[in-house]
Design a protein around this ligand. Structure first.
Ligand code: GLP
Length: 258
């Protein structure tokens, strides 16, 4: 796991550099797309590069991580609507190239299975963007999730519903209680995972993610078992890291060995 402690402003460009390098060597790469506020600077950087003619997603494909159960794709808070607004409508993906789980499917278990199969049939995710919840969830894999889980229905914690109420006009009762989410086992199959976190509210989760015991209590800790994870955090999100000095030193010296 590589930990990069940097300014919030530079995170977007650093991840956009990785995505641009991936698309340069593999134009039909499969991207794993996260929603939420954490990836917004990445999407801004990508949109700027596409507008400048420096980057194209015309052959790329994408899969989002999760969706609220019961919100139609046209609902302003559905993650399908959010990813379309934050990224898809601002770059040049081909029509239908970005898929999201359908939280209104009549048979949610069948939808979950077919989502996992679609990812596999696309060749798997080359680069997965992730945020992290304050309780250590990734996608919507709440504490207690099986570390080997596949895409399935989960019940959201009260904390996550409170955290996400800001997207629902501050009304926690408007936040659905259930979601469809890629499982931890599904996410772990991505070839490169890039997790971004900013702000003091994420500091405890980031500490557990990088330095804690691997445990279903902090689901993101499963990433310690992945061979290629990059964690980008600002100073506030890094404030609980015990080995911050070492991570800075390793990053400052990484060109010497690459
Ligand atoms: C949500 C999403 C996650 C996201 C997390 C953090 O619950 N399901 O994919 O990473 O919350 O969101 P934010 O980046 O807005 O803090």
């Amino acid at each position: 796991m590589e930990v990069i402690i940097t300014s919030e402003e530079s995170i977007g460009d650093l991840v956009a550099d990785d995505i641009a390098a991936l698309l340069a060597r593999k134009p039909d790469a499969v991207l794993g797309l996260a929603t939420g506020s954490s990836p917004l600077r990445i999407y801004d950087a990508l949109a700027a590069r596409v507008a400048a003619g420096a980057l194209s997603f015309s052959q790329a494909r994408g899969f989002t991580l999760d969706e609220y159960v019961g919100l139609s794709s046209g609902h302003p808070c559905s993650y399908r609507t959010v990813i379309d607004a934050d990224l898809v409508s601002r770059v040049d993906f081909a029509d239908g190239a970005v898929r999201a789980p359908d939280g209104t499917a009549g048979d949610l278990a069948m939808e979950a299975g077919s989502y996992d199969r679609a990812i596999a049939e696309a060749g798997g995710v080359d680069l997965q963007i992730l945020g992290i919840g304050t309780d250590g969830h990734i996608a919507f894999n709440e504490p207690g999730s099986s570390l080997a889980s596949r895409t399935r229905v989960k019940t959201l914690t009260e904390q996550t519903r409170r955290d996400n109420a800001r997207f629902f006009g501050g009304d926690v009762d408007a936040v659905p209680r259930h979601c469809l989410t890629q499982g931890l086992g599904t996410i772990m199959e991505a070839r490169h995972i890039v997790l971004v976190a900013t702000g003091k509210g994420k500091a405890e989760a980031v500490h557990h993610l990088v330095e804690g015991a691997v445990s279903a209590l902090w689901p993101a800790t499963i990433l310690q078992h992945h061979p290629h994870v990059t964690v980008l955090v600002d100073e506030a999100a890094a404030s609980r890291l015990q080995l911050a000095g070492y991570y800075r030193y390793a990053y400052a010296n990484r060109s010497a060995v690459s």
